[in-house]
Design a protein around this ligand. Structure first.
Ligand code: AVJ
Length: 331
């Protein structure tokens, strides 16, 4: 662990070594040697990828961010009074602008004590911490820089006041179904008896509307998708030609998830220098880069139950596009 900052109000710890990072090399080695090639979506998010994602959130067709914000604005006071939360732990905190809506509600309720932002990006955690201590009087911040698939046990123990652990944006939908339940179970270990999980999930709806959100005419999502190839080129000394791959997004009705893929427009032979690995793509071969599951209330409830949690609240936006649910550790 590296202590990055330690003042009266802010403590930031990093659990990522610069070399190990997000385990890119091992994920590439696994994913590109399979019969159906696949990469985990977490590698989209270098600086450029995070910028592209922010642009996606502003696209007219990408409804999840706006819908979730609408729910937060509508329901934050109720969520805070329901939970009595004095501490907010946010997994994948990013720029913390959603957190602000919850922190405001906690400040109004007079319970606000501590914010624990958890993110892979050191810069993101630093910036959020610096800004928020100035904005909220008496707020303590304990930032954790890490990968929440591996470093969840580094979240500091909860204090005396009830804790709200938030996983927003629909990120839980990016995990395959078994891993998703395993993740929820691990997150459950952060909860004491009075604590709650606040989970954001995109909802099942007209497939055309979902597909439009992942295949914008401006091509921002396509660039975001291809960005993973730029990341591999830079980090692992590879020679992908990103322009030789086209962006695909389709809703899989059986599994009720969106899939993003990159399809080779011609045969490609790629050298991953750092791994001494040569990877062949046939013309038309597809590489799966992301699934993003869409939920019903029953599906969220079943996942909670399989993970030792129980649903305690369900909030949607006016158009029922997106949901926030509250869960507690099952007795
Ligand atoms: C990271 C879950 C917010 O799955 O919708 C956006 C990522 N991918 N457009 C999602 C994403 C393509 C996004 N989340």
């Amino acid at each position: 662990m590296r202590a990055l900052l330690d003042t009266a109000e802010i403590r930031i710890e990093s659990w990522l070594s610069e070399t190990e990072d997000r385990n890119l090399a091992n994920d590439v080695l696994d994913g590109l040697t399979r019969p159906f090639k696949e990469l985990p979506p977490k590698h989209f998010y270098d600086t450029r990828g995070s910028e592209l994602f922010e642009r996606i959130c502003e696209l007219p067709d990408y409804y999840p961010t706006r819908s979730e914000r609408e729910i937060l604005e509508l329901c934050a006071d109720e969520i805070v009074s329901e939970t009595g939360a004095g501490e907010l732990v946010e997994l994948g905190s990013g720029s913390a602008d959603k957190a602000r809506i919850l922190l405001d509600a906690m400040a109004r309720a007079g319970t606000l004590r501590r914010y624990v932002p958890f993110d892979v990006s050191e810069q993101v955690v630093r910036d959020a911490a610096q800004q928020l201590v100035d904005e909220y009087d008496g707020l303590h911040i304990h930032g954790v820089v890490g990968d929440f698939e591996r470093h969840l046990d580094r979240v500091p123990p909860s204090g005396d006041e009830p804790r709200l652990v938030a996983l927003l944006g629909g990120t839980i939908g990016n995990f395959p179904p078994g891993t998703r339940r395993r993740m929820l179970r691990k997150i459950g270990t952060l909860l004491g008896p009075g604590d709650r999980l606040l989970l954001g999930t995109d909802l099942v709806k007209d497939p055309a509307e979902i597909e439009a959100a992942y295949d914008d005419p401006q091509g921002v999502t396509a660039e975001f998708n291809r960005n993973v190839l730029h990341v591999i080129n830079r980090e692992l000394d590879a020679d992908f030609d990103p322009d030789a791959f086209e962006h695909i997004a389709f809703f899989d009705r059986r599994h009720e998830w969106i899939e993003m893929r990159l399809r080779a427009l011609r045969p490609c032979s790629v050298l991953i220098g750092e791994l001494g690995l040569r990877v062949e793509f046939a013309h038309g071969e597809e590489l799966r880069t992301e699934i993003s599951a869409k939920f019903t209330r029953a599906r969220v409830r079943d996942d909670f139950e399989a993970a030792g949690l129980s649903m305690r609240g369900w909030y949607t936006d006016r158009n029922a596009r997106f949901a926030l649910s509250l869960a507690a550790r099952a007795a």
